[in-house]
Design a protein around this ligand. Structure first.
Ligand code: GP9
Ligand code: MN
Length: 624
């Protein structure tokens, strides 16, 4: 009986202490009852497994040793994370452990990070130690040891399933979309989070270990063979200008130049579609998958697609990349990203290092005053105002990417920011979407004014694109109502993935609408070429939008394909001229090309093939 008592004391002590640390040492933002419930459930499954193994030990002494060692190791893991969190406001990952140079940053601050009162983190260890000492005479042979062990495993399974059930309600696709580490810890608890991290990292490193430089050669050859020629008139025409990318959260093309119950939704962007200094791309599509915003960043930086089974930012954040930012950096640019959110969201802090981005202006670079925050965080207008202020001061030429936030699901606004009324469909999401889009449009106008005021505008190129869809297929009835259709087909859904894209070049005086069928993958070569930076030997699958040879083709991450003539979706080929089904043969070449792009993108990512880029590049140039 006494052994069970010790086990029970151990589980309860570690459990309560773990929950207390989650609450007191990490800023997880636990607010609702469900979040509390998840917090209490999450460590329990792992603890049942760890302490369930105690039943394997026949002798009381060995059992107690096992229990105490297990507690000590768990304490160390937890305490290690607390120390790391105090400095980095982030959680430990396996790649971070192997990059000990990071800890160099800690230096003299170690003393400030650790305190004597931290002994309390080991309180469970001491409690169990005292219990063991006090209950000296434990029986060596327990009855039903195996059954108890199996029972604790079953309890673990049950608790974990319940945990996942509630976590899914809080954050759909938690495991497949692998979000922010903060969200993973909040929903899985720190122990399960480490298991998850170990799983993703092991998977990635096995694939990586098996690869060699030859694998990249085939892909390099494919990329070179499929590059559209450059446009001589445009190449280098805007050499030396700053580049300001604006990633417009959840913005789809269906609102551009359209009204909602008589209200103009995007007055500022509409004016750009007619502007003499703006190229407006009206048949441009997002190509993102599970990584949403991070995928759009990935594609723009690398010129190939993100991962097919997760967010590459998360699963392959430590890879080598030959990014847009790296090429710009090599050409004298100061590169940055500006986004008023927690830096570890989408693993951005780590990934931006791999992309060779010089600086990340995260939430800490901004002052969020009273009334300047809504839903996901800082409102777009103050975000743009403060960003413009920073841009007025950084060295030129610079290249930066500003990521907006207000037009994000659940599309909430404060009363004073609602510039138009809601829509009147059965979907609150779509109804509010028009209002937040309208607000974002206003914020872009403010941003342009600010750039003009601080003198950055004239010497810059401003590239604006929607990052991914905002209204999912779940809202098809409401969307059909808005579009004035009976119902939406797979064909409509594919075309609804169009997001607006603008290349605004002050003083260019050549603005027009360009209807080339294109996607986010095309941005990398297009912008680098405008600046006179060659991408001839780069491994990328997008094409220059100003090239006469642009293929008018865009592969989606999920296998759908859109060309200027056809749409391939759900095993059906549609003719865009009629919107009707047609023979699959006419879609076949585009489907084949899309399959190569997807396959090669996956290979580059999972095997970290760009680490062979320099080496292959040099060998092929020596041969010439
Ligand atoms: C978070 C923001 C939104 O930082 O980029 O991410 P999303 O959910 O759109 O991928
Ligand atoms: Mn987004």
């Amino acid at each position: 009986m006494k052994t069970y008592a010790i086990l029970l004391i151990a589980i309860i002590a570690v459990w309560v202490k773990t929950v207390a640390i989650h609450l007191l040492s990490f800023d997880l933002g636990i607010e609702t009852f469900t979040q509390q419930l998840i917090l209490w459930l999450s460590p329990l499954s792992f603890l049942c497994i760890v302490f369930g193994f105690a039943f394997l030990f026949r002798k009381a002494k060995a059992r107690n040793w096992y229990i105490l060692t297990a507690i000590f190791v768990l304490d160390l893991i937890l305490y290690g994370n607390v120390g790391f969190y105090r400095f980095y406001t982030d959680f430990v990952t396996i790649p971070v452990l192997s990059q000990t140079s990071n800890f160099g940053d800690l230096g003299g601050s170690i003393k400030e990070i650790l305190a004597w009162s931290d002994v309390l983190f080991f309180i469970d260890f001491f409690i169990v130690l005292i219990a063991v000492k006090m209950m000296k005479e434990q029986e060596d042979t327990l009855t039903h040891r195996k059954r108890f062990m199996l029972a604790s495993m079953a309890v673990a399974g049950l608790v974990f399933a319940t945990n996942l059930f509630f976590a899914e309600q809080e954050r759909p696709d938690l495991l497949t979309r692998s979000f922010d580490r903060l969200i993973l810890v909040k929903n899985l608890g720190i122990y399960n989070y480490h298991l998850y991290d170990a799983y993703t990292q092991t998977k990635a490193s096995t694939q990586r270990a098996m690869a060699d430089s030859d694998e990249l050669i085939e892909i390099q050859n494919y990329a070179t063979a499929n590059k559209a020629s450059i446009n001589e008139d445009m190449f280098g025409k805007y050499e030396g200008r700053n580049v300001i990318f604006v990633s417009m959260e959840s913005l789809q093309s269906f609102v551009i130049n359209e009204e909602m119950n008589g209200h103009v939704v995007t007055p500022f962007l509409n004016s750009l579609t007619q502007d003499q200094d703006t190229y407006y791309f009206s048949d441009f599509y997002h190509q993102t998958g599970l990584g949403k915003t991070s995928d759009s960043e990935f594609i723009v930086e690398n010129g190939f697609l993100g991962s097919g089974n997760g967010a590459a930012f998360f699963t392959n954040g430590e890879n080598t990349y030959t990014s847009l930012s790296q090429r710009l950096g090599e050409n004298g640019y100061y590169t940055s990203v500006m986004h008023a959110n927690n830096k570890s969201f989408w693993n951005r802090d780590r990934m931006y290092q791999s992309l060779n981005i010089d600086h990340f202006y995260d939430v800490d670079a901004y002052t969020i005053g009273e009334g300047q925050s809504v839903s996901w965080g800082m409102k777009d207008i103050p975000f743009f105002e403060q960003s413009a202020q920073i841009l007025g001061q950084v060295e030129q030429p610079f290249a930066t990417r500003l990521i907006t936030l207000t037009n994000h699901h659940p599309f909430e606004l404060e009363e004073q920011d609602k510039l138009i009324p809601e829509y009147d469909s059965n979907s609150g999401t779509l109804n509010r979407y028009f209002q937040t889009v309208r607000y974002m449009d206003e914020s872009l106008k403010v941003f342009f004014e600010q750039l003009k005021a601080n003198g950055v505008y004239d010497n810059s190129i401003i590239v604006m694109y929607g990052d991914h869809y905002g209204i999912s297929e779940l809202h098809h009835k409401a969307m059909a109502q808005y579009l004035g259709k009976e119902q939406l087909t797979a064909y409509d859904h594919a075309l609804l993935q169009s997001v607006p894209m603008f290349i605004h070049i002050p003083g260019s005086n050549d603005g027009k609408e360009i209807a080339t069928t294109s996607g986010q993958m095309d941005l990398r070569p297009t912008i680098l070429h405008l600046l006179g930076i060659s991408t001839a030997s780069d491994v990328e699958f997008g094409n220059d939008l100003f090239s006469e040879e642009h293929p008018n083709f865009v592969p989606f991450r999920d296998g759908r394909v859109v060309t200027s003539d056809y749409v391939y979706t759900q095993d059906v080929c549609y003719d865009r001229a009629t919107g009707e089904e047609t023979t699959i043969d006419v879609c076949a070449p585009a489907m084949e090309r899309a399959a190569s792009v997807m396959h090669y993108s996956d290979q580059i990512i999972s095997m970290d093939l760009l680490r062979f880029f320099e080496q292959n590049y040099e060998t092929s140039h020596q041969k010439e």
